[in-house]
Ligand binder design. Structure first.
Ligand SMILES: [Zn+2]
Ligand SMILES: [Zn+2]
Length: 396
């Protein structure tokens, strides 16, 4: 059976997948400058004898593995390759050698897993019909999102995949398990950059000043009404401000305050309305108090919707591969993911690979300096991806 063949290959290649992941982990690169990572992926694909390789979006790759009757159906598998500006705090042999840059979102695991899946699929290509398109993309972590650039560079054309499957590590799910969610899964995310200008001066003479610290404070409190009053309770929304920069002193009122935040939700219509509402409230408060406002909303990724049918079939295939007890139903997740761009174009399924191992202390969340993965999960990361692809090809 093909499933058993894939399983035994995943086992056989596990150490190689781990070694590749460690290499990538030790040599992380920031979004859109993944040049060495890109060269590494190219070399590995060429080592496999995969010749239909296309460079996309400067550092990305699209590669084809053709089975029998290659034009019958095309399914895409996607991995992202970029790391984050974080100083790694783990004391591990594969610790980042590029200080200040860290694979703290598991994209090293995604890339290594997809290379492993490629090796498996290439070896069983006489056992399936259709074509598998491998997508290695840059820049998932930074707007505009490598996915959008890959799409602009025609990664979803010639041949056009019927569906796309992506995986992401999940430190809250035990290694050995995976999770799926049909329909709406992840949020849209917009970045907010605000400058509130007033008139600074001596803190002892407020009557001669326009205090931007007080104005900005009122504005932040008032903006929470967007979530608590303007949003429908049926649509999840988050408005968080993580940066408030008022560079005065005990007795110095600064001229301006700079603020940064994020707005996330799960409905495109409401998202647009919320943007208007934020501007209205912020201008009202700031100008009403005599200040000046610059309020910029930089639109980030759209919300991520998993195609119900593709996701259902993938979840069933995962159950066949891992057993029912190892395949979980996921809740909505308010983080954003540029995979959403693919799933706006074609049917998408974005699922989670459990990488937690509490006994070993591997529990840190993504985007933290102590994030790591249980590497045993990579056997599933590579094998299950290969199995999901061929299962989907078999469904015509
Ligand atoms: Zn991330
Ligand atoms: Zn990520």
């Amino acid at each position: 059976m093909l499933k058993d063949k894939i399983k035994s290959l995943a086992k056989a290649y596990k150490e190689e997948v781990i070694a590749n992941r460690r290499h990538l982990h030790a040599n992380p690169e920031l979004s859109y400058v993944e040049f060495k990572t890109s060269a590494f992926v190219e070399e590995k694909l060429k080592d496999l004898g995969i010749t239909k390789i296309d460079k996309k979006a400067t550092t990305g790759w699209s590669a084809l593995i053709e089975g029998k009757n290659p034009s019958k159906k095309v399914v895409a598998l996607r991995a992202d390759m970029d790391a984050l500006p974080i100083i790694e705090a783990n004391d591990v042999p594969y610790k980042s050698k590029n200080v200040g840059v860290m694979h703290a979102c598991g994209h090293d695991a995604h890339t290594a897993s997809l290379l492993g899946a490629a090796k498996i699929l290439n070896e069983v290509k006489d056992d399936f019909e259709g074509t598998i398109k491998l997508i290695f993309q840059p820049g998932e972590e930074v707007v505009p999102g490598g996915a959008s650039l890959m799409i602009k560079d025609k990664v979803l054309e010639d041949p056009r995949p019927a569906g796309i499957i992506g995986q992401h590590v999940m430190p809250f799910i035990d290694s050995g398990k995976v999770g799926f969610r049909k329909g709406i899964y992840m949020a849209s995310a917009d970045e907010i950059y605000v400058t509130v200008k007033g008139k600074g001066g001596h803190g002892a003479m407020p009557e001669t000043l326009i205090d931007p610290v007080l104005i900005a404070s009122h504005m932040i409190v008032a903006l929470q009404q967007v979530v608590s009053r303007a949003a429908s309770p049926k649509i999840p929304s988050v408005l968080s401000f993580g940066r408030f920069e008022a560079l005065g002193a005990t007795n110095v009122i600064p001229n301006e305050v700079k603020i940064q935040g994020t707005f996330r939700t799960l409905n495109e219509e409401w998202r647009a309305k919320a943007h208007e509402k934020m501007l209205q409230i912020a201008h009202g408060i700031v100008e009403g108090m005599g200040g000046e406002l610059d309020f910029e909303i930089r639109k980030g990724y759209p919300f991520l919707q998993n195609d119900p049918e593709l996701t259902d079939r993938s979840q069933q295939a995962a159950i066949e591969y891992l057993g029912k007890e190892n395949v979980l139903d996921l809740d909505i997740w308010m983080a954003a993911e540029d995979f959403a761009y693919y799933s706006q174009e074609i049917n998408g399924c974005f699922y989670r690979l459990g990488t937690r191992n509490e006994a070993k202390g591997i529990t840190s969340g993504v985007h933290t300096p102590t994030f790591d993965i249980e590497e045993d999960a990579l056997e599933i990361g590579a094998g299950l991806m290969a199995w999901l692809a061929v299962s989907e090809l078999q469904n015509s």
